[in-house]
Design a protein around this ligand. Structure first.
Ligand code: SAM
Ligand code: DTB
Ligand code: SF4
Length: 372
């Protein structure tokens, strides 16, 4: 099939059901907030094919199965964080090679957002290595929100804990989403972070929701937690009412110099199961296949989409860690017939990106040619 006609086909699929992907989790009566451990463990224990079929069936009830939302990340303040998160390259307590940076100027942030927009991203997420924003930081971050919004992009921030008043200020500036992860189960939590409590995190999520912003909250797997911890984390997220609109599932990126640098790898199928169970429990939320994609081949990522993931970070960098190159992602989407808002929105840009991506992809290590 010609590249251009493949793109046209994908675009028409995207246009057929726009109302599906814009539904809010809180509006649907099928969304449950009373999940218990026994039933979630039973989902994890299902035969893999049955679990994938169930997840894909649930996914199709609310979403176009061939559409993935893409966001681009920027670290607006890097490193020297006072918190002790054992996975993080940015904690001052971890002996990593990271170069720290002070808060970026608003113009720099705007330039990065403009570049993200040009490469087709529709949401710009700004992250800071803070325990919480200080009052003196607020005018700058509010300015960032307003400037990025003015480009016509959706905005997201992740700045650590927020007071109710700070959440209100961000909402008033036009911030669409606030990301604050629960990270792991309440039971495993103290093995990972001791400088803020689980309740602190829940309080921030409640302040974000109370201010009227959309909630982005998920966690990390592969931290050395037990399977029951993954069930317990998903229960915490799904039993929030309303459920988070966006649920990032991060695979631990192992960073040298952190206490988790040598933790055992999580079995790939356990990661995919986690995506599938999140999809079933949070049927109206965007489930994001988040950090860790550089360690996944195309086939694994495709299985995550089949399990119900419908969002990714797009752009060659996360906050400090690597992410796949954009042309690799576009080429994968093209192979899978997946649309992004990027591709659907601008035919000329889409064709240009796709053509470059297909050429570059043939030289990529991740490329697997099944017929060769
Ligand atoms: N400092 C803020 C905070 O912790 O709330 C915001 C930035 S923090 C880097 C955002 C999230 O990124 C963390 O909560 C964690 O879930 C995820 N993250 C950080 N380092 C990671 C790593 N090495 N692998 C996977 N996820 C990671
Ligand atoms: C989320 O859940 N994952 C993103 C975003 N929210 C802020 C961050 C991933 C960070 C991966 C490690 C790094 O880049 O330092
Ligand atoms: Fe700081 Fe956030 Fe990293 Fe924890 S995850 S050390 S709070 S930047």
């Amino acid at each position: 099939m010609q590249l251009s006609s493949m793109s046209d086909l994908n675009m028409s699929q995207a246009i057929q059901s726009p109302e599906l992907s814009s539904q809010s989790p809180s509006l649907n009566s099928n969304v449950r907030h009373n999940w218990n451990l026994k039933e979630v463990e039973a989902l994890f224990a299902m035969p893999f094919n049955d679990l994938m079929f169930k997840a894909q069936t649930v996914h199709r009830e609310s979403f176009n199965p061939n559409e993935v939302q893409v966001s681009t990340l920027l670290s607006i303040k890097t490193g020297a964080c006072p918190e002790d998160c054992k996975y993080c390259s940015q904690s001052a307590r971890n002996k990593t090679d990271l170069e720290k940076e002070s808060l970026l100027a608003v113009e720099k942030v705007l330039e990065a957002a403009q570049r993200a927009k040009e490469m087709g991203s529709t949401r710009f997420c700004m992250g800071a290595a803070w325990r919480n924003p200080k009052e003196r930081d607020m005018p700058y971050v509010l300015d960032m929100v307003k400037s990025v919004k003015a480009l016509g992009m959706e905005t997201c921030m992740t700045l650590g804990m927020l007071s109710g008043d700070q959440a209100d200020q961000l909402n008033d500036a036009g911030l669409d989403y606030y990301n604050h992860n629960l990270d792991t189960s309440p039971e495993h939590y103290n093995q990972i972070i001791t400088t803020r409590t689980y309740q602190d995190r829940l309080d921030t999520l409640s302040n974000v929701r109370g201010a009227g912003m959309k909630v982005c909250s998920g966690g990390i797997v592969g931290l050395g937690e037990k399977s029951v911890d993954r069930s317990s984390l998903l229960i915490q997220l799904a039993n929030l009412s309303p459920q988070p609109e966006s649920v990032p599932i991060n695979m631990l990126v192992k960073v040298e110099g952190t206490p988790l640098a040598d933790v055992d790898d999580l079995e790939s199928f356990d990661f995919i199961r986690c995506i599938a169970v999140a999809r079933i429990m949070m049927p109206k939320s965007h489930v994001r296949l988040s950090a860790g994609r550089t360690a996944m081949n195309e086939q694994m990522q495709a299985m995550c989409f089949l399990a119900g993931a419908n969002s990714i970070f797009y752009g060659c960098k996360l906050l400090t860690a690597e992410n796949p190159e954009t042309n690799q992602d576009i080429a994968l989407f093209e192979k899978l017939g997946i649309n992004t808002e990027t591709v659907a929105g601008d035919t000329e840009l889409s064709d240009k990106i796709i053509k470059t991506a297909i050429v570059d992809q043939q030289n990529s290590d991740l490329f697997y040619n099944a017929v060769a």
